[in-house]
Design a protein. Sequence first.
Length: 288
Amino acid sequence: MEKRRSAPDRAEEPLFEPAAAPPRADPRAATPSLRAAFAGSRSLMPREKIAALGPASLTDAELLALLLRSGTKGKNVLAVAEDLLRAYGGSLELLSRAGYDELAKTLAVGPAKASELAAVFELARRVLASSGEDFPVLDTPEAVARYLRPFVLAESVESFYALPLDKRRRLCGVVGRARVSLGTADATVVTPRDVFREAIRVDARFLLVAHNHPSGDPTPSPADLRLTADLVDAGRVLRIPLLDHVVLGDIPSRLRPDGTPDTDGCLDAVPRFRSIRASGAVDFEAPV
């Protein structure tokens, strides 16, 4: 009978030492942070600058860098923010119009940061929209431009608005229903039926119409004048007089004495506009 071997007192030594696991890379090392962007500089970091001097003291790039939080491989977040602004001509307004889809395709932004930027820009627009009355009196072209400002600023294409008014020239419709057409960068197609539909629904006494020129130049085109004349005729038949057609352009830039952008002043700025009624190019034949 074979004699059973006894179990060894300890495990046998391995023939080879196991290879040491490679050190885990720190993902933050590849994407320089906001602090890295200001390393070696005597300038205050954006967060410190806000605490000491207020948010108005930050440049557009610094504000954007705060939202982005981290850069890309080999480029700190401030440089990324500056590149992103430069891609849109240095204009926050143009950047705000980019939208989620366009921002998400940008290597330096990506889907997560694109959603955050889109949310911030939308909040800014809603603050502007909520700062006025829900049903304001729109008795001047400037009042129309001021009321529609937060809505048309977000548009990179032409949008046409029909604003029904009561007998005191107070808005009696909802601006969400007032946009009757969304066109291209230099044109929009509307019909009198589309324009007067909401005015008829709310039993309006008068009607104002307005649209934007994404180019920034509010000068009415020949097509704008022809459409206005058609709407005046339709209003006469429907007995809902068209009071005016206001064309909106961009917001003129404002600078402080030191040459920096006046962001506080821009909050109250009214887009450039042209009143077709005031131009005399179309005979409205309606009370003012």
